[in-house]
Design a protein. Sequence first.
Length: 547
Amino acid sequence: MLRNSLITALFVLSSAACASPGAAAQSLQPGYVDPAPVLEAATRAIGADRIKCVTVKGNGIGGRVGQERYVRPEGDWPRDRLENFVRTIDWREGAMSDEFDRTPGMTPASYKYGMGWLGGTPTQKNLRQFFAVSQGQAWHRDGPTGIPEPVSPEIAEFWELDVWLNPVGFLKAAALPGANPIAAWRWELGESGRDGPTTSPERVSVVSIEVMGRYRVNATINERNLIQRIHTRFPHPVLGDLNIEHEFSDDAYADLGNGMRFPTHWHHHQGYDDNFNVQTIASGHNAFDAYLDNITVNQCGDKIVAPLGLKSQQDPARIVTQQLATGVFLIGGSTHNSVAIELKDHVVIVEAPLNEARSLAVINETMRLFPGKQIRFLINTHQHFDHIGGLRTYAHIGATIITHARNFAFYNRDVVNYIPRMTEPDLVSIMPPTELTEGYSYELVRENYVLTDGERIIRINYVQPLELVEGMLMVYLPNEKLLIQADLVNTHEPLVPGPSNGESVLFNMVRTLNYQVDQIVPIHGMPIAWSTFLADTGLENTSAGVR
């Protein structure tokens, strides 16, 4: 995390600090260039040394990264309109705030855009949303009078990093102690589809610096000394070193007077721009795009300061266990649950959410509940990113992943793989198991699947048709009359009359399969009686088909 001393040092250093005389004095290897004149020219081109803070306003869109991996022709994430968008960045304080209008009732209140969607948390209830980070603390507010709430440490760190992922921020970060800039050159041909049939490559410089002591951030600077791309990688439990990049075209730089320029069009990727699936199956990438052409510079106003008494984020590895039946336990304590089911000689776990830390906590609790028994299978309900962050953890301990066939290519190629994770290595990266390519790693479900030891029966069913996600599974224990499901029925907030698509689909599935359900066991929230579910949603008197 950036500390006050480092941020203060940024504005004490003169622009000459960008020169990095030590780097210039060293002998450069072939392909590398001196970063000092490149940074100096880029700083002069936009007057970065004269800009202290900026406020930009306009409208944009935000992509729901991880909700879901789309296989439709557009190949991208679902999007939300972000109206009346206002972003303020104060580089003196290492602070940034975003506020905008977004349709209520559709997203978690803690979610801004891009990655960070966290099911099992309060839903956005007001139109106006506020998000901010300052000095390593990050928070959000649902509505103008909403109570400030903290965000997860991972998202707080990403928002702090994002302060520097813009042209002015990058050039200021390059002047910080420890930035250690290096530079290389390359010819850039342009992007197919965006830049047209480009045949004349442009020679560009790529300057790479270290930010916040752990992130290697690269800026592509063109022949007009303008930053056109900023790139880094951020640790993500599903995709590993997640590609993060911002793009700024030449004509997006607005003249603010006194030699100062700042971009009006912001285009932001989280994931690779790989719609043809050349390198990845996860083709979504657009996290944010906005035209912010109402710009105010150096009118900083009140500092962006974390509210007093801002509480700590709930520990995602916290464990609270509830017995549902003999040999069946709900392992909760966080925003997401898992369910442990005992068979004669092994254990089955339903769901591996969030990340490795959460999964290891659930695994340890399962070993305590069933000492000496192997966790043989992990049943995955669906591919939303907040539900699959622990798949690699279970693969590492030798569990076989049971998932729908539609998820296999994505999981096998992008998620549970041998690609090293450099920014935050996990167990698979440090100690890669041979089973990933040579063992029994997956069982694929297309319609129905059964696990049994001759006494306990575990039925697994494909859920369809569903607006929420493709490749969804639910789990039914007929002897115990328990139905385990994710995102169709969530009880962390009260159910309301007028069933959602997921609630209606679940109702129809149960009726079609003639399941006798006493309790619904959600991944988000606590178990609920089937009769209560019917009464609260208004489905209790339904006899005809539900939408």
